[in-house]
Design a protein around this ligand. Structure first.
Ligand SMILES: Cc1cc2nc3c(=O)[nH]c(=O)nc-3n(C[C@H](O)[C@H](O)[C@H](O)COP(=O)(O)OP(=O)(O)OC[C@H]3O[C@@H](n4cnc5c(N)ncnc54)[C@H](O)[C@@H]3O)c2cc1C
Length: 483
């Protein structure tokens, strides 16, 4: 290891850490400084939750399968990496909600199940007449209950009634966050709704003013809102790794502890060695970050960890397609308490035709989450059996998959509970005071989606660069030599 401290070490080689390292390398090079950076990743591969594999002509995503196109930083990163031409947009189609063993179309004109336009919801068989009446009541209600944060579930129940929450909003939210709608922070998950509802009595009117200007597309003609790459999401992390030419990448090595050492930090590694650095990005889950900073336990009481839930992703491949279902859509989600193990299923070959050979079918299903965590620990065969049983009941699937792959994600889905944003702010302030130059970023903090992780990684790089510049820590006498 070189005697002079590095400019920075980035701990964690997932989407957040890779984005931070790339932007930091770019920024230092733009300043004419030879970057002295290291990226530390405990797994033998980079990418974190992004993992793509191929088998028998199928393209399999074990973690995330795409990112939302509307958040600009992800697209900008893709452009800067020269990957724009490899992007693929999802095919759109009807999505469904399971109720009992039946599938009901998700009514048009809703966002995450929250009505923007009322007419399609009123025509939907998903809600009873009483349930619909309760939703309409929102237009005449005096919603003055929006001081501070509160559970998203409570807020939607008060505004729209229980039925729409249980049958529509909860399953859609759980499909993304795998948690409990009664615990989620409204402020963290829906900042715009939280803000707008202060001024608007009706939630439906607030949703209309936020999203109602978009002209509804004719059925089946809307433009896909998600992007991935022809060869899978791992194309992004692979290209980032390729471009990190001025950053030492240490795979299969974990940070064990961080200590303040003179004017800089010393990171102790699990192989007994250490790295000295002026600044650090902790792009690891918050429980891992807290474990690295034993001194923070006393100094920083609000230091998260947030709770996180476990899920398993079950991919099923059918080389000759599936005939048992007449589903013409992209997939379905399942409300809790339905008696099914499966929480969501995507007809991946219809949503993303490039992931399966022509005529074949690929299903991506989820189990687990806040309400069924034990199943994630069951053997593969038990999980596959439970998923197939549900698919046969809900979609009348008749075929047997040629192969199945189960990927477990333990404690992988952060749950932003009520008060998350306040705790986060306190934590950041306490960190800045006790550990100047150490920056937290990633899914545990400011958003779980890949664009949010990229934004946070880039922000951490920006803050870290400011920190180095303000303290005149950019001068370097030694070439980088980390092995
Ligand atoms: C099953 C699943 C499906 C998802 N689907 C989508 C989707 O379709 N679209 C979307 O936008 N988002 C999706 N998400 C969310 C998104 O994938 C994650 O929020 C995001 O990938 C997290 O990135 P990260 O870099 O913050 O964390 P991670 O990917 O968890 O990376 C953190 C890295 O830190 C490493 N690490 C931990 N401790 C140490 C240590 N002590 N020393 C060194 N390294 C360490 C870990 O090995 C890991 O590689 C999904 C998440 C899951 C689990």
């Amino acid at each position: 290891m070189s005697a002079e401290p590095l400019h920075a070490v980035i701990v964690g080689g997932g989407m957040t850490g890779l984005a931070a390292a790339f932007r930091l390398q770019q920024w230092l090079a733009d300043k004419g400084v030879v970057p002295r950076l290291a990226l530390l990743e405990s797994e033998p591969r980079l990418g974190g939750k992004i993992r793509t594999s191929t088998r028998d002509g199928f393209l399999i995503e074990h973690g995330p399968d795409s990112f939302v196109a509307s958040k600009p930083c992800a697209y900008q990163l893709v452009r800067d990496l020269g990957l724009e031409d490899d992007l693929v947009r999802n095919h759109t189609g009807q999505a469904f909600i399971a109720r009992g063993d039946r599938l009901y179309p998700i009514p048009a004109g809703t966002m995450m199940g929250i009505p923007v336009r009322l007419r399609p919801l009123l025509k939907s068989p998903l809600l009873s007449p009483a349930g619909k009446l309760r939703v309409v009541w929102d237009l005449f209600s005096h919603g003055k209950d929006i001081d501070g944060d509160q559970p998203a579930g409570d807020f939607f129940r008060k505004r729209l009634g229980n039925q729409i929450v249980d049958r529509l909003i909860e399953p859609l939210l759980s499909g993304i966050y795998a948690g409990d709608v009664n615990q989620y922070s409204l402020q963290a998950l829906f900042p715009q709704i939280h803000q707008l509802s202060r001024n608007q009595r009706s939630l439906i009117r607030a949703m209309g003013s936020l999203y109602g200007h978009a002209k509804p597309a004719p059925a089946g003609k809307s433009r896909g809102q998600f992007l991935t790459f022809k060869t899978g999401l791992q194309a992004l992390t692979a290209r980032l790794e390729e471009r990190l030419t001025a950053c030492a990448i240490l795979k299969g090595r974990s940070a064990r502890a961080i200590r303040q050492q003179g004017g800089h930090y010393r990171l102790e590694l699990d192989d007994g060695r250490s790295l000295d650095a002026h600044a650090i990005v902790l792009a690891v889950p918050d429980a891992a970050a807290a474990g690295l900073l034993p001194a923070a336990r006393n100094a920083i009481p609000p230091l998260l960890p947030t709770l996180s839930t476990s899920v398993a992703n079950v991919v099923m491949a059918f080389p000759h397609g599936i005939t048992g279902t007449s589903l013409d859509g992209t997939g379905f989600v399942v409300p809790r308490g339905s008696g099914h193990a499966i929480t969501a299923c995507t007809w991946a070959h219809l949503k993303w035709p490039h992931v399966a050979p022509s005529g074949a079918a690929l299903l991506r299903c989820y189990i687990g989450g806040a309400h069924d965590a034990q199943l994630v620990d069951a053997p593969d065969a038990t999980i596959v059996d439970a998923v197939l049983t549900d698919l046969r009941r809900i979609t009348a699937l008749r075929e047997t998959p040629a192969f199945c792959q189960v990927t477990r994600w333990k404690h992988a889905m952060p749950q932003y509970a009520v008060g998350h944003l306040d705790r986060l702010e306190q934590t950041r302030k306490a960190m800045a005071a006790a550990f100047p130059g150490v920056f937290l970023a990633g899914a545990s903090y400011g958003g779980v989606g890949l664009p949010d992780c990229i934004r946070q990684g880039e922000q951490a790089a920006h803050d870290l660069a400011d920190h180095l510049e303000q303290r005149n820590l950019l001068e370097s006498r030694e070439a980088l030599n980390v092995d």
